[in-house]
Design a protein around this ligand. Structure first.
Ligand code: PMP
Length: 298
């Protein structure tokens, strides 16, 4: 099924304090990160040799760890230094960093506090982006029938290693010939997409589901809200229904990998005239200029 992925054999991975060749960067089958998805991660971009919104990503990483009661034997500064070391070892000036903290090796059984030290690793690699054409023409999405995790069961605010909820919705998207799906929360309101946040534009206002709609508070989402405010575009963090999406003037998704990507069709309802809208285009241009500038707004 599909194309198999082979990592670049020259990659250097930072693992528990040192850089190792990719074929030596292995984890035990008894790691609870693997056995139970017990762990957290961050996906971070590198633009022009700089770690994009480093502070915000580190903050979310620490909060995710706090949520699952995980403590790692490294300070935030040591992790940031390790990311720079990994970038340097791989000669990365533009790319993607995956920072992972997985619960360590333990007996079969979910007890998290009888495990060995957490396994912390950093991959510095490239990222598979959406086709550049999608940024010009916009993408099609569907609404998935899979409900986003109930915040009291597994809060989407935790960036955990367990992505099955999102993966089930992603399968629906792929089956429908799309690359993303909108997920509704347990109350039937719009939450987010499988790996991206969602915005609409209605009568000149930017609208996006609030943190309590059951979303991951994306770094790109936060940045887009700031960039919009700078342009004097009002932003509402609100409750949205699927109908609000169908009737929107513009729609786009945001994420570390996707950046800002226009959406022009949802559930076979064309958004406005089926072309990326002017506010979306403006924000894409602003985002690209911002990533180049090295400024840190968050
Ligand atoms: N929601 C989910 C479920 C995600 O996995 C992601 C990250 N890929 C996002 C939203 C976007 O977050 P960020 O902008 O921080 O990448």
């Amino acid at each position: 099924m599909g194309d198999e992925y082979t990592p670049n054999p020259n990659l250097k991975i930072w693992m528990d304090g040192k850089l190792v060749p990719v074929d030596q960067a292995n984890v035990s089958v008894f790691s609870h990160g693997l056995l139970y998805g017990d762990g957290v991660f961050e996906g971070i971009r590198v633009y022009h040799g700089r770690i994009f919104e480093c502070k915000a990503h580190m903050h979310r990483f620490m909060l995710s760890m706090k949520a699952i009661r995980m403590e790692i034997p490294f300070t935030q500064q040591q992790i940031v230094d390790a990311m720079h070391e990994t970038m340097k070892a791989n000669k990365t000036t533009d790319g993607y960093i995956r920072l992972v903290a997985a619960r360590g090796v333990g007996a079969l059984g979910i007890h998290p506090f009888r495990c060995g030290p957490p396994i912390v690793f950093i991959i510095c690699s490239t990222i598979q982006m959406y086709d550049p054409e999608m940024y010009e023409k916009g993408m099609k999405v569907i609404t998935a029938s899979t409900t986003r995790n109930h915040p009291n069961a597994m809060s989407p605010r935790i960036k955990s290693l367990n992505y099955l909820n999102n993966i089930l919705a992603k399968i629906e998207a792929i089956d429908a010939g799309c690359l993303e799906a909108v997920m509704l929360n347990h109350e039937g309101y719009v939450a987010e997409c499988t790996g991206d946040n969602l915005f609409i534009v209605t009568r000149g206002r930017l609208q996006t589901p609030g943190p309590h709609c059951g979303i991951l508070e994306g770094i790109t989402r936060r940045l887009v809200m700031k960039l919009a405010e700078r342009r004097g575009i009002p932003v509402d963090q609100t409750i949205l229904t699927r109908q609000d999406l169908y009737f929107a003037d513009e729609m786009f998704i945001t994420g570390t990998g996707a950046e800002i990507c226009p959406v022009v069709d949802i559930d076979k309802r064309m958004i406005a005239d089926g072309k990326p809208g002017p506010i979306t285009r403006q924000l894409i241009a602003d985002f690209r200029a911002y990533a180049k500038s090295g400024e840190e707004l968050l």
